[in-house]
Design a protein around this ligand. Sequence first.
Ligand code: SF4
Ligand code: SF4
Length: 67
Amino acid sequence: MAMYIVSQECIACGDCEPVCPTNSIIEGKIVFEIDAETCTECEGDYNEPQCVAICEIPNCILPLKAA
Ligand code: SF4
Ligand code: SF4
């Protein structure tokens, strides 16, 4: 499973990028994006997704549900 950044909510502050243990957060053209191929939801590294913990915008980073 992976997380994703809600593009309408993200203010592109960049706070989440350095805290990701798998380097899955990248600066997109407008806002930041999470690579769903490499995001682990921080499993094995932390008890909770570090990007969610540091992001100041509510509901900006959410679990990616399988479509
Ligand atoms: S949940 Fe963890 S691994 Fe996934 S993008 Fe956020 S910080 Fe990186
Ligand atoms: S911390 Fe939140 S608002 Fe800031 S770049 Fe990351 S997802 Fe966007």
